[in-house]
Write a protein that binds this ligand. Structure first.
Ligand code: FE2
Length: 444
C-alpha cells in the first residue's frame, strides 16, 4: 500500500546499477502477491510485481508475507523483566502493581535498568518489533529511570526506535513535586507528555491534570499520551476532558488516550456522544488487551467484565487505534515476550473482531496504526520509505496472527538484524507427509 501519511521521498525511480537488496516473490499485507521490493542506501526504491534487477543480495520470500515492522505504542521499559522484585503481585490488581512498583523503586540501579531494557530490546528485535513508545516513571526525585532509558534510547538507536513518555506514575498533582520532575525529564530529552488522571485524588484534580499537561505539551510542541481512565468505573470520564483540551489547544492528531478501559463500562448513551467528539478531535487510542483482560474486572464476581475499550466502535468512527503490549514480566503482568502478534490475537478475541476485515484491522493495529500514533518517519512498504521489514512464516496477516508466525528475517535500513529458523514439526506417521508447518495451503 502507499500510505498518505508517508509520502514517497523520491519523485521517480531510476534503476541503480546494482541494488543493495532485492526481495522477490513477497506477499504484502494489502494482499498483493508476487511482489519485489528494491532497496538502495537503506531505503525502498521500488515495489513492483516481478521486478528483476541485479542486487548484491537477493531474498526469495517464496510467497510468504513481508510486513513493515511491528510497532508497540504502549510499553513500560523501566519496569520490564523485573518480575518477582521484590515480590509478586498477589491480588493481580492495577493498584497493587502500582504499590509494588513503589516498593521496588528505591532499590533500582541505573545499571540494572539499562541491562533489563537492553535485554527486552533484544527480545523485541527477534520478534520484528522495531519501534516502541515507552512510558518512563518521572516521580523518582533522582530521575534514575529517565537517565537509564535515555541511555538505552541512545544505545539501541541503530536498530530500534525508542520513544519516551514522561509518565507521572504517582499522579501529576497527587505527587506535589511531579510537575517539576516532569518538566526536568522533558528538559533532559524525553519526547512525549504523559499523565494518569484517574489516579489523582479527585475527579476535579484529574481534569485539572489533563488541562495542565496538555497546555505544557502545546507550549513545548510535544505529543501527548496519557494513561486515561484505566478503571472499571463508568463515571471515570477523563477522556472527555482530554478530547476537549485536544480540540481547544489545536492538538488534533497529536494526543493519545491509553487504556480507556472505563469506556467498556460506560453508559451507551454517553458513549454515543463521546465517540464523535473523539473523532472530531482526532484523539488516538491505544488499547492494551493482554493487560486489560488481566487487570480489569478484578472487583467483579460474575459476570466478569472484560474491561477492554470499545475498539471496533472506535475504528468505525475513524479513530486511529493501536493495540499495545504495556507490560512484560513486571509488577503488573507475569508473562509476555514482545510478540505483537500475541497482542493482536488477544485483542481480536476480546473484542470479538472475527470477520476477515476485522482480523486484518487487528494486524494494522500492531503495525501501521501505532506507526501513525508515534509519528514515525518513513514507515511503510512504499518507495521512499525506510527499508525496514519482516519476513513472516505466514501467507497473509490473518495467518500471521493465527500462528503468531515465526519472524524468519528482520531487516532495518536494508540490513539483516535477526533471523529465526522456520517452525516445522517432523512427523512419523504412516502414509502422511514427513513434516507440517501449520500453514493452510491449497490441496494439490
Ligand atoms: Fe501502561
Amino acid at each position: 500500500f502507499i500510505s498518505p501519511h508517508f509520502p514517497p521521498l523520491l519523485p521517480s525511480f531510476t534503476p541503480p546499477a546494482m541494488l543493495d537488496l532485492l526481495v522477490t516473490h513477497a506477499t504484502l499485507p494489502d494482499g498483493r502477491t508476487g511482489m519485489s521490493i528494491a532497496v538502495q542506501n537503506g531505503r525502498i526504491t521500488e515495489v513492483a510485481a516481478g521486478l528483476a534487477a541485479p542486487a548484491h543480495q537477493t531474498v526469495d520470500a517464496q510467497g510468504l508475507l513481508v510486513s513493515p515492522p511491528f510497532v508497540d505504542a504502549h510499553f513500560h521499559m523501566d519496569a520490564t523483566l523485573s518480575y518477582g522484585l521484590p515480590r509478586v503481585n498477589q491480588s493481580g490488581t492495577l493498584l497493587e502493581g502500582i504499590a509494588l512498583w513503589g516498593e521496588l523503586k528505591p532499590d533500582l540501579t541505573q545499571e540494572a535498568l539499562v541491562q533489563r531494557a537492553l535485554a527486552y530490546c533484544d527480545w523485541a528485535v527477534g520478534k520484528g518489533l522495531l519501534a516502541i513508545r515507552s512510558h518512563v516513571d518521572i516521580c523518582d526525585p533522582r530521575l534514575l529511570a529517565v537517565e537509564a532509558l535515555l541511555e538505552v534510547k541512545h544505545q539501541v538507536a541503530p536498530y530500534l526506535d525508542l520513544q519516551l513518555v514522561a509518565f507521572p506514575q504517582d499522579g501529576a498533582l497527587r505527587d506535589p513535586q511531579a510537575m517539576d520532575k516532569l518538566q526536568r525529564a522533558l528538559d533532559m530529552g524525553v519526547d512525549v507528555v504523559g499523565g494518569i488522571p484517574h489516579f489523582e485524588r479527585t475527579m476535579a484534580d484529574g481534569a485539572l491534570s489533563v488541562k495542565l499537561l496538555c497546555e505544557l505539551a502545546a507550549e513545548r510542541g510535544l505529543l501527548v499520551d496519557m494513561h486515561c481512565d484505566e478503571s472499571d468505573d463508568p463515571m471515570s470520564r477523563h477522556i472527555e476532558t482530554l478530547t476537549y483540551e485536544t480540540q481547544r489547544l489545536g492538538l488534533q492528531g497529536r494526543v493519545t488516550g491509553s487504556h480507556l478501559t472505563s469506556m467498556h463500562s460506560m453508559d451507551n448513551y454517553y458513549v454515543s456522544k463521546l465517540l464523535p467528539l473523539m473523532a472530531e478531535a482526532q484523539v488516538n487510542v491505544v488499547s492494551n488487551p493482554l493487560i486489560n483482560i488481566t487487570l480489569q474486572g478484578r472487583g467483579d464476581t460474575y459476570p466478569k467484565r472484560r474491561g477492554m475499550t470499545r475498539v471496533p466502535e472506535m475504528l468505525a468512527h475513524g479513530l486511529t487505534v493501536a493495540l499495545g503490549q504495556d507490560c512484560v514480566m513486571d509488577p503488573w503482568y507475569s508473562l509476555g515476550s514482545g510478540d505483537m502478534l500475541e497482542v493482536a490475537s488477544m485483542g481480536l478475541h476480546v473484542a470479538q473482531m472475527t470477520s476477515q476485515a476485522a482480523m486484518r484491522q487487528c494486524f494494522d493495529a500492531v503495525t501501521v496504526n501505532p506507526a501513525k500514533i508515534l509519528h514515525l518517519d518513513g514507515y511503510g512498504l512504499a518507495p521512499g520509505c525506510w527499508a525496514d521489514f519482516v519476513l513472516l512464516q505466514a501467507q497473509d496477516p490473518v495467518e500471521a496472527i493465527r500462528l503468531r508466525a515465526t519472524r524468519l528475517q528482520v531487516y532495518r535500513r536494508g540490513k539483516l538484524l535477526a533471523q529465526t529458523p522456520a517452525a516445522t514439526a517432523r512427523l512419523h506417521l504412516p502414509g502422511r507427509p514427513a513434516q507440517t508447518d501449520w500453514l493452510l495451503r491449497e490441496p494439490g
